[in-house]
Design a protein around this ligand. Structure first.
Ligand code: OSB
Ligand code: MG
Length: 368
């Protein structure tokens, strides 16, 4: 398959409610879409990079720049197939979200041309999945309880509360006492704590959480291993894991017993599958994280999350939890589950009128 050109498209999707985490507050998802044009047809993907480099060092304009200047030029000369993309980009350091988007668009085009779904290609074993919801920090506990109540009524299988110093034990205690022991409840700190906070975090052990996600800095595996040894609640790593090799290192060090896999963070769906494979081989459950994706990213994440080792509900919520208007047809919960797209490639394409209405800029990168 030969690359003929690449379109980079910026879209802006207002969130239905502001999403506040220890990293900041988002009211709009500015996203970067990648459309590859090849001699066998086109493919679409979404870059996970956010507007600002807070969750990850990558950011939207930086990702667009590295795709335009380095990634796409490295792909024009080669005979493209999905497995050839990462090796062709390996000499370019870092930028996993940019690389993941380009690889995912090639995957979509290549699979579409072959009539195969991404789910089937990756090795999916389920046609629909129970999913979770990530609940931002709110101004008041009452507002949090109302939000959680709505999500549980909608059928979500797991609730994740964003926490930070000053918003941890009390919201967790109140959610647990309001909704009972039967609710699968987790917390995500997005690196907001210091190693000296370990004793405080250990108090979360009282609330039967299914995991504590990424309390400490991405490069501090040791602090996570120390906390893991102090408490019974499983530790899950998100920001710390950027490759299958990182996953093995973290597992060997006892820094986590669960991994949140985000394809963008780890450089693509193929590396994501390798992390799934090594985690499963070590007996760890994994789940698919989210980056407030549009329908394009959500479709591909559902395919990944249908692999057998994804035994915990992911941050892949219904469209209505994020956006009033998306660039694709909406994903809806049916009996608490989302369907895994079964059509060729990622199984969905943008709706032209929605795409046009939400687009803020486009750019065409032609063959040299
Ligand atoms: O840490 O999981 C995270 C969103 C943006 C950046 C980081 C994270 C998140 C979420 C949202 O928690 C998950 C979702 O897309 O539903
Ligand atoms: Mg997280």
């Amino acid at each position: 398959m030969k690359l003929e050109g690449v379109e980079l498209r910026r879209v802006a999707l207002p969130l239905v409610t502001p999403f506040r985490t220890s990293l900041g507050t988002q009211t709009v998802r500015d996203a970067l879409l990648v459309r590859v044009a090849t001699d066998e047809g086109e493919g679409w993907a979404e870059c996970a990079a956010e507007d600002e480099p807070t969750y990850s060092p990558e950011y939207l304009e930086g990702a667009a720049d590295v795709i335009r200047r380095f990634l796409v030029p490295a792909l024009f000369p080669i005979d493209l197939d999905p497995a050839a993309v990462a090796p062709a980009l390996r000499h370019l350091r870092g930028h996993p979200m940019a690389k993941s988007a380009v690889e995912a668009a090639v995957l979509d085009a290549w699979l579409r041309a072959r009539g195969m779904s991404l789910a089937a290609y990756l090795g999916a074993v389920r046609r629909s999945l129970p999913v979770g919801v990530s609940v931002g920090i709110t101004d008041t506990i009452d507002e949090l309880l109302d939000t959680v109540d709505r999500h549980l009524a909608a059928g979500y299988a797991r609730v994740k509360l964003k926490i930070e110093p000053g918003w941890d034990l009390e919201p967790v205690a109140r959610v647990r006492e309001t909704f009972g022991a039967g609710v699968m409840l987790t917390v995500d700190a997005n690196t907001a704590y210091r190693p000296a906070d370990a004793r405080h975090l250990a108090e979360l052990d009282a609330y039967g959480l299914a995991m504590i996600e990424q309390p400490f800095a991405p490069d501090d595996l040791h602090a996570h291993a120390r906390l893991a040894a102090m408490i019974g609640t499983p530790i899950c790593l998100d920001e710390s894991i950027t490759s299958a090799r990182d996953a093995v290192t973290a597992i060997r060090q006892g820094a986590c017993s669960i991994i949140n896999i985000k394809p963008g963070r780890v450089g693509g769906y193929l590396e994501a599958r390798r992390i799934h494979d090594v985690a499963t081989a070590h007996g760890l459950p994994v789940w698919c994280g989210g980056m407030l994706e549009t329908g394009l990213g959500r479709a591909a994440n559902l395919a990944l999350a249908a692999l057998p080792g994804f035994t915990l509900p992911g941050d892949i919520s219904a469209t209505a939890r994020y956006y009033q208007r998306d660039i694709t047809a909406p994903f809806t919960l049916v009996d608490g589950e989302l369907a895994v797209p079964a059509g060729p490639g990622i199984g969905i394409t943008p709706e032209p009128s929605d795409l046009e209405a939400l687009t803020t800029a486009t750019e065409w990168i032609p063959a040299p």
